[in-house]
Design a binder for this molecule. Structure first.
Ligand code: ADP
Ligand code: MG
Length: 610
């Protein structure tokens, strides 16, 4: 009886493999360029025609291949990079599966010319639909030239599945950009349909980043460089105001291999928590170096997925390094972009215009209007001098009457205060925004979110050092709560106390409020407690948020002065003083902008003065 099972012929097997290794022109480019890098090339040139559908040409000056190797290279599972099972555990090259050339040979017309340094004459190989059509000597430079023509010519389904010209070309550009960033010591040349997209000399990492993403953008990055015995993380991360509406500008590498890894991305986002405006993403270029024996990159044929031996260790390392980097730098925004105000709602605030190679390409940011650092300092100085040249305690309540503040300041050894607000241009408009003149223009502060940021940090600090600041109520309030609120109060009691509430659960859903946080206006105690509990429950479904952080946010949101609250001058000054003592004055804990600026240039422009 004949068996029903047979081994697939190599052309079919290779076609199947090609489905995973070479899914589109960009993946062919990736494989070819990886081969060039593995061959030690100092210079790589990529040329594509018709987004790579008609031609992908990769030329390198790497080690090349002998005549025999040139033929073997097109066999499936043929590789010079690993030999034993142990080698598979210790991969130090970009390739290792021995599938790429075989796959391309199965789904395209491939021509290769290659020569090693030892030989005077090179070798030419032509493969089409998995068949060797030509193999012989040829005169060529040292290194390798690969032409991949008419990709998917014999797999129409795959060819039809390709996206638009523009999309496929962009994918290729992304691949080359990622490689060029990771290999700054290599010269790169990239041409698409006769248009030079990249032409990069060998450079330092810093200069390469400047060349690829732009000089101006480079100024928005913070360097990251830390290592332990097992791990190192190097690269650059964007300041929190250098944000993106999408995740495209996130370059993550493992041992210089571009990878996609949700856990590490999450660690980075986590480090930026509360620093980013909602719906925006940080920019980063990070290379994680680990012992190859501790990771498995053989998860998928595309080699972009990896499995870490100890993922949680890597996660914690990345989180703490990025957090530290962010905290070491003064993160007051530097960007002063012209345009309208109200960035949060506008779509695509920052967008790259021009291809990466064009130095003229700019990230155009509309609607940023976030103040520059010097403005913030100026505003801060101005508000201090208006308040008598002393720094108010970071945590003094906004609503303390001026007299009390003076006493407190004198106790703290500060000079006595002249009338707050004197010599100071500060206004409240619509009982909602605070306006102030700064050297380069006009600063506008949203009073509610500003106060929210202040209270949030204050609460976090009191959680940290367990020092509640509360005010005793003259007349304790007895409140009957709905049963679920009552239970929540019992659960959160220690935290509520650290916050400044003095509460006695009395049974029967009754709570006596003896004291409230110092920042709450007396008379509001019951409402504040209920609002905070409500808000807490609203946020509870967000899994990433812990109870204390949730409480801090809920309290900050509910106890903060509202839009509509009229403020006195000294209250405005106190608010701004304290705002600029927070770690992140320009964005509220929910990610809304707190401060916007209209530059004098912008005003001049609008009034036709320029
Ligand atoms: P892998 O890279 O996984 O080994 P490939 O199919 O991509 O598999 O390549 C097969 C082999 O051909 C490589 O192991 C390498 O020895 C050789 N090779 C491919 N491209 C080049 C190149 N540009 N320069 C030198 N050798 C190359
Ligand atoms: Mg390869």
């Amino acid at each position: 009886m004949s068996s029903k099972i047979h081994i697939l012929k190599s052309d079919i097997a290779n076609k199947i493999a090609a489905g995973e290794v070479v899914q589109r022109p960009a993946s062919a480019v990736k494989e070819l360029v990886e081969n060039s890098l593995d061959a030690g090339a100092a210079s790589i040139s990529v040329l594509i025609k018709d987004a790579g559908k008609i031609l992908i040409q990769v030329i390198d000056d790497g080690e090349g291949m002998s005549s025999e190797d040139a033929l073997l290279a097109f066999r499936r599972h043929a590789t010079s990079k690993i030999e034993t099972a142990e080698d598979l555990e210790n991969i130090r090259t970009l390739g290792f599966r021995g599938e790429a050339l075989a796959s391309m040979g199965a789904v395209a017309q491939v021509e290769m010319k290659t020569r090693t340094a030892r030989e005077d004459v090179g070798t030419q190989v032509r493969v089409e639909g998995d068949e060797i059509r030509e193999h012989g000597p040829v005169a060529c430079e040292r290194g390798t030239v690969l032409n991949v023509k008419n990709l998917f010519f014999n797999t129409p389904a795959r060819r039809n599945f390709l996206k638009s010209q523009q999309t496929e070309r962009k994918n290729v550009t992304d691949v080359i950009t990622r490689m060029a960033l990771a290999y700054p010591e290599v010269a790169w040349n990239y041409v698409s349909d006769d248009e030079i997209i990249l032409n990069l000399r060998p450079k330092t990492v810093e200069d390469r980043i400047k060349d690829v993403i732009g000089m101006k953008q480079f100024g928005q990055l913070l360097p990251v460089d830390e290592k332990t015995d097992f791990l190192s993380l190097r690269g650059f991360i964007g300041r929190p105001d250098f944000v993106r509406r999408n995740r495209i500008d996130q370059y993550l590498y493992l041992n210089r291999r571009y990878i996609v890894n949700r856990a590490i991305n999450h660690a980075v986002y986590q480090a930026y928590e509360h620093l980013l405006i909602k719906g925006t993403f940080p920019f980063f270029i990070l290379n994680l170096t680990v012992d190859p024996r501790t990771v498995d990159i053989n998860v998928h044929p595309s080699k972009m997925e990896v499995k870490f031996g100890n993922e949680s260790q890597v996660y914690r390392f990345v989180l703490s390094v990025i957090k530290r980097t962010l905290s070491q730098h003064d993160l007051v925004p530097m960007v002063t972009v012209e345009g309208g105000i109200g960035a949060a709602g506008s779509n695509s605030r920052l967008r790259f215009e021009g291809s990466p190679g064009q130095r003229e390409g700019v990230w155009s940011g509309e609607s940023m209007g976030i103040p520059g650092q010097s403005d913030v300092e100026e505003l801060f100085r101005a508000s201090r001098s208006a308040a008598g040249g002393n720094i108010v305690s970071r945590f003094s309540p906004i609503f303390q009457p001026p007299a009390e503040r003076i006493i407190q300041q004198e106790r703290e050894g500060a000079p006595a205060v002249e009338g707050p607000g004197e010599g100071r241009a500060i206004w409240q408009i619509h009982n909602k925004y605070i306006l102030s003149q700064v050297k380069t223009g006009l600063m506008i502060v949203d009073q509610h979110v500003a106060h929210e940021r202040i209270l949030y940090e204050k609460v976090l600090a009191s959680f940290e050092n367990n020092l509640p600041s509360s005010q005793q109520l003259l007349f304790p309030q007895t409140v009957v709560l709905p049963p679920n609120d009552y239970m929540l109060v019992q659960d959160l009691l220690p935290h509520l106390e650290t916050l400044g509430f003095v509460l006695k659960p009395f049974g029967k859903n009754t709570v006596v409020i003896d004291g409230i946080p110092a920042d709450v206006r007396v008379g509001n105690e019951r409402k504040i407690l209920e609002d905070v509990l409500d808000e807490f429950r609203n946020n509870e479904h967000q899994t990433t948020i812990d109870a204390r952080d949730n409480l801090a946010k809920s309290f900050a949101c509910k106890a903060a002065i509202k839009a509509g609250d009229k403020l006195k001058t000294h209250e405005m000054i106190s608010l701004i003083d304290q705002l600029f003592l927070t770690s992140m004055p320009y964005v509220c804990p929910h990610g809304r902008p707190v401060v916007v600026k209209i530059s004098i240039d912008e005003l001049d422009r609008r009034f036709g003065r320029t």
